[in-house]
Design a protein around this ligand. Structure first.
Ligand SMILES: [Zn+2]
Length: 220
């Protein structure tokens, strides 16, 4: 077992040396780059907005944070350290909420988009649960539907971050993710009743009943 490990280390080192040499021979100006586009997809940015609304000034929401920025292997022997470090090297946390003064990580949020997990995603989830447990870092799994339940997000986070105004209602448009505003119907059969309307009106016409009762707390 030990010798296999040594061979792997030697091979990896050799591979890096070869790569480094190859990279040196190509002038820097020949390496060209292009933008990859938005850092977050639509679901991720809608959820980001909800998290920001939920924590307000009581925390800083950082999306897609490299795991190795947040945690490191506990000291062990070199081999254990190397393996533990490799495990987290290419992974990231969906969202990390930090203390706004010290930027210390307070809680990790993983977004579940409701789709079935493939094998790679299951492995990632196992890794995240394990690393958070051993690093003593709180982990909350959130379903994408919580994007529209800022009050509930706030309650989930309140255990880990000091939050003010836990019940203030904030909603986001289910169509475009923009904040919604409360209006009173001026005409029609619901005249005089409050309702939520997208703040991007007239570009987005989504509205919602003021008294929508959200599904009761199920998982978590
Ligand atoms: Zn909208």
């Amino acid at each position: 077992m030990e010798s296999v490990f040594i061979i792997v280390v030697v091979l990896v080192a050799f591979f890096f040396l070869v790569q480094k040499r190859a990279a040196k021979q190509v002038p820097l100006k020949e390496s060209q780059y292009k933008l990859k586009g938005s850092l977050l997809n639509n679901n991720e940015s809608v959820f980001y907005n909800a998290l920001v609304a939920a924590v307000a000034n009581n925390g800083v929401v950082m999306p897609k944070v490299a795991m190795s920025q947040v945690i490191g292997p506990k000291s062990g022997n070199k081999k254990q350290w190397f393996i533990a470090n490799n495990r987290i090297a290419r992974s990231y946390f969906d969202y990390v909420i930090c203390d706004p003064r010290t930027f210390e990580p307070r809680v990790v949020i993983e977004l579940d988009n409701g789709k079935e997990l493939d094998k790679g995603k299951i492995e990632r989830q196992k890794l995240i649960i394990h690393v958070c447990k051993t690093a003593n870092l709180p982990l909350i799994g959130c379903h994408i539907k919580h994007s529209y339940q800022v009050g509930r997000l706030r309650r989930l986070l309140a255990t880990h971050i000091e939050l003010i105004e836990p019940e203030k209602e904030v909603r986001f448009c289910k169509r475009c993710g923009s904040p919604m505003v409360i209006k009173v119907a001026a005409q029609g059969e619901f005249k005089g009743r409050k309702f939520f309307t997208c703040s991007r009106q007239p570009h987005c016409t989504y509205t919602e009943n003021y008294n929508v009762v959200f599904e009761e707390d199920d998982e978590l």
